[in-house]
Design a protein around this ligand. Structure first.
Ligand SMILES: *Cc1c(COP(=O)(O)O)cnc(C)c1O
Length: 461
């Protein structure tokens, strides 16, 4: 049979609109935007138009697209074996990755459960935390609830949605979710009345301690994104808050689950963001950039204290009865290993920290627009929040699509971005050049002036 009959560009677009159900996309108004190849930080559509990938293909890409070393690692592994199960057996590549991860992770995380996506990594973390208290030595079976933050996002499966709190995404499913104890987001921009930025950390820490004091006996774990809540709109926590989270969860004997699906993998300037506050979580999840943005692979790492609670005689049934068909897939593992090699060989983390300084400068120039309410940055992650009134921090109505309009403007200049409501997200591949970063910001400036009109800029202060 001849399989070489290629559809036309128009056909592809029609098929896309008719058959592909896109993530987080209103399909009634979806306009097909079809990429056919990538190189470095640039994506090319079917017609060959170039777009800078300003959000790393949804926060995944680290080393650029179509990277020769990652391509070679994938090919080499595929010429040996592409998949073996992790149910009762192993493969050499995944073993090597599991041996390598504790060397870059916060101290104490020695054991890795593999899955395919961030949501699953969080589900596994929740189940491990629950089961741990049920069957550890001196069990505490009443510890079966979770603590999470108000605007949390931990994925889209029902367990991860339960601990999530983004109303627009999650409210609809409320009847399906389990009960979670909620703590207000330690937001450093919209502070509670009377609280200054200097007081913010201790204010939010006190709130946490009150909840822990009252509820620790029923709490299995606190699940939180370290330092910045990304999908919530790049909400940044006060400096030092995460360190206090660790201190207090330890004091009240509640497990700490660090969801580093977004902030992990070098984006913050350290391989894991927990490191920046010297935090050793009990459980750590990551996904997204783990394979450099090539294949779906996620991990849930735990301490030996937790691991030990799952060991026992077969008949005791202490096994973690959880698994995913592609857990520990060797192609993904080969890519993750090569990605870690690239971090080492190219001294990538120090480059990220260098580029983050230029990023800071380019971001601060956006302050001249009066609609910019807040600029939040963590390494090469940034959220720029647009507001109707800078003083009152009044949000634009959601359906005004301010973020989308700005991104559409940038797209005209060949810069692809995807916002979170009124928050413009800029999250380039770590390999982006300074020149490309400047180009992204040219697109952003154009998008902003298109959206708000060429009003006079604020005087620089
Ligand atoms: C993206 C994300 C997830 C979910 O990962 P998926 O691979 O989309 O399932 C979980 N937690 C955080 C913090 C994320 O950013």
């Amino acid at each position: 049979m001849d399989h070489s009959n290629e559809p036309t560009i128009e056909q592809l677009k029609q098929w896309d609109k008719k058959h592909v159900w896109h993530s987080f996309t209103q399909m009634a108004e979806y306009e097909p935007f079809v990429i056919s190849k990538g190189h470095g930080a640039t994506l090319y559509d079917l017609q060959g138009n170039a777009f800078l990938d300003g959000v790393s293909s949804l926060w995944c890409n680290l080393h650029g697209h179509n990277h020769p070393r990652l391509n070679a690692a994938l090919k080499k592994q595929s010429e040996r074996v592409s998949h073996v199960t992790s149910l009762g057996m192993a493969n050499d590549t995944t073993i090597k990755l599991a041996h390598r991860l504790p060397k870059i992770a916060p101290k104490g995380l020695e054991h890795t459960f593999f899955s395919s996506d961030g949501s699953s990594a969080v589900e596994v973390a929740l189940k491990i935390a629950f089961q741990y208290w049920q069957q550890k030595e001196n069990p505490k079976p009443q510890k079966r609830k979770y603590l999470a933050l108000t605007d949390a996002y931990h994925g889209d499966t029902l367990g991860s949605v339960s601990v999530g709190g983004v109303a627009r995404f999650h409210e609809m499913f409320h009847p399906l979710l389990f009960e979670v104890l909620r703590l207000p987001t330690p937001d450093n921009y919209r502070l509670p009345e009377g609280v200054t930025r200097e007081e913010a950390c201790s204010f939010y820490t006190n709130q946490l301690e009150e909840v822990l004091e009252k509820h620790h006996h029923e709490l299995a774990a606190f699940v939180i994104e370290p330092k910045m809540q990304c999908a919530a709109g790049m909400l940044k926590h006060p400096e030092g808050y995460f360190k206090e989270v660790r201190r207090l969860t330890q004091k009240y004997n509640v497990l700490l689950i660090a969801d580093e699906v977004a902030v992990g993998n070098g984006r913050s300037g350290t391989y894991f963001a927990s490191e920046q506050e010297g935090v050793h979580p009990d459980i750590l999840c990551t996904g997204k950039g783990l394979t450099g943005g090539y294949l779906p692979l996620a991990i849930t790492m735990t301490t030996t204290e937790i691991w030990n609670a799952f060991l026992g005689e077969y008949h005791e049934s202490k096994t973690l009865f959880h698994g995913h068909t592609y857990s520990g897939n060797p192609l993904g593992a080969a890519l993750a290993l090569e990605s870690l090699n690239l971090f080492e060989d190219e001294n990538l983390l120090s480059h990220v920290r260098e580029k983050a300084k230029l990023f800071t400068k380019l971001l601060s120039e956006l302050n001249e627009y009066e609609e910019v309410g807040d600029i939040r940055q963590l390494g090469l992650i940034a959220g720029v929040e647009f507001v109707q009134d800078r003083q009152a921090k009044t949000p634009f109505p959601w359906d005004k699509k301010v973020g989308i309009q700005i991104c559409n403007g940038a797209l005209e200049k060949g810069v692809w971005l995807r916002p979170l409501g009124n928050v413009l997200v800029i999250l380039p591949p770590l390999s982006i050049t300074e020149q490309e970063l400047q180009t992204i910001f040219q697109g952003v400036h154009y998008g902003i002036s298109q959206t708000f009109g060429n009003k006079p800029k604020l005087q620089p202060t």
